[in-house]
Design a protein around this ligand. Structure first.
Ligand SMILES: *Cc1c(COP(=O)(O)O)cnc(C)c1O
Length: 440
């Protein structure tokens, strides 16, 4: 990528690094995992984005999932303009909150009550507080490779050796907090059961992405989610589905509808805000009625339920038709098959995991069922692939361990363009040097 004076993105990135840590407001945007400077995006329309140098890309990041209807759909911008005319924030109750809340409960009946917040991170932090309050227990079980935002309790990995207590994955997370987080293996009920047995009556909640999206897409195996439900019931722990990605993506009613498992609490984000900053948590009425002011569990937000954000969310949810999911599934299958075929033709190992309109091509020969399987993927190969795609006008996620998202705005032509770019890129990658036989 050119970095001369005419490259607006490169110039902006240099300026950004002097004011924002790493030049960004969220780490993955800096392209550290794939190399090169990130294009600065100045506009998006439908399935395409355009950078500050006038280059256009077919977008498969889609703001990391929220934009199921594409960039700047006319109905959404109209709804936003109409809402903005009446004021952008009141810090007082509005009809828009009741409307979006009602729409959420219609789509996801397990959310008998819902509380709006401003991000997925806030949703998971708040749901965990509620689960702890409701059970009188402190500990939480999460899964290696699942991401639940940047709250302290979730920035934890499995401790080494005999200890099952978690250790922080970031400086600044107190060890005392991390010690209350236990880490199990995705798709491994035995690992969950062992923890729950050993932690007898100390686990408040089991928090899981019912479809994992943050180690790349990893689907729950047959019986896994049902097994988690049964284990939670047996051990008196709350089952918390983090559906920040899968909510309104896996199905109109999220993964809980798609797989028929009812959690106690659900965390939402991304699609629920239609591209504006919205999160939510909700679930069983008896639990949610413990949240202030109905109950004693404190949680608040100056901009929570913001009228612009509620208007965007209500518009987005109102457009989730069965026909949309059928179309997205067809497009997703076309993209997954196209990528897999292109890799096979190039003699490159690739596993494509997909659920409907979200997928991840893993550069590895073995099927990916969990974090260990995901992390053996060849990230250097992904980085080369990514740069080749970007140069060909396709914008995939700048990391191996993320989902590619399709939207209502993507067409067969967009997908075919991406597959053609993949075929050209992968064919170029085949000419890598064979590994030295003797090793080093
Ligand atoms: C994105 C994400 C979050 C965090 O949401 P933010 O809005 O980025 O705070 C939490 N959980 C999952 C599963 C996510 O994908």
């Amino acid at each position: 990528m050119s970095t001369d004076g005419r490259n607006q993105s490169a110039r902006l990135f240099a300026r950004a690094r002097k004011i924002l840590p790493g030049g960004v407001d969220s780490p993955v945007r800096a392209f550290s995992a794939v190399g090169g400077a990130p294009p600065f995006i100045r506009r998006g329309r439908g399935a395409r984005i355009e950078d500050e140098d006038g280059r256009s890309y077919v977008d498969f990041v889609m703001s990391w999932g929220p934009l199921i209807h594409g960039h700047a759909p006319a109905g959404l911008t109209r709804a936003l303009a109409a809402a903005a005319k009446h004021g952008t924030s009141f810090g007082a109750p509005t009809a828009a909150e009741v409307e979006l809340g009602t729409a959420v409960r219609q789509l996801m009946p397990s959310l008998e009550r819902v509380r709006f917040v401003n991000s997925g991170t806030e949703a998971t932090m708040s749901a965990l507080r509620l689960a702890r309050a409701a059970t009188g227990r402190d500990r939480v079980v999460k899964f290696a490779g699942c991401y639940h935002g940047h709250g302290d309790a979730f920035l934890v990995q499995a401790g080494s050796g005999a200890t099952t207590l978690g250790v922080p994955t970031s400086p600044g997370v107190p060890r005392s907090v991390a010690a209350d987080t236990l880490v199990a293996r995705y798709n491994d009920l035995g690992s969950v059961e062992r923890i729950l047995r050993r932690q007898r009556d100390r686990v408040a909640a089991l928090v899981v992405e019912p479809v994992a999206g943050n180690m790349g897409v990893v689907l729950p195996e047959e019986g896994f989610l049902e097994g988690l439900r049964a284990l939670c019931d047996a051990h008196g722990a709350m089952l918390v589905f983090d559906e920040v990605i899968s909510g309104f993506r896996a199905a109109p009613g999220g993964a809980q509808e798609r797989f028929g498992v009812r959690p106690d609490l659900t965390c939402l984000g991304k699609i629920i805000g239609g591209g504006l900053p919205v999160g939510a948590y909700g679930g069983r009425r008896d639990l949610m009625e413990q949240v202030a002011p109905a109950g004693p569990v404190y949680q608040a937000g100056t901009l929570s339920g913001n009228p612009l954000a509620m208007a965007a969310g209500a518009w987005a949810l109102s457009k989730l038709t069965p026909a949309l999911y059928a179309r997205l599934d067809t497009l997703g299958a076309r993209l997954a098959t196209g990528l897999a075929d292109a890799a096979r033709e190039a003699g490159i190992d690739l596993q494509v995991n997909r659920l409907g309109s979200v997928l991840t091509p893993f550069f590895t020969a073995a099927p990916v069922h969990d974090y260990e399987g995901a992390t053996v993927a060849d990230t250097a190969a992904y980085a080369r692939f990514f740069r080749g795609m970007l140069a060909r006008g396709v914008y995939p996620p700048p990391s191996q361990f993320e989902g590619w998202f399709l939207s209502a705005a993507h067409t067969r032509r967009d997908v075919d363009e991406a597959v053609a770019a993949a075929r050209a890129t992968l064919a170029g990658m085949r000419r890598r040097r064979p590994r030295a036989a003797g090793g080093r």
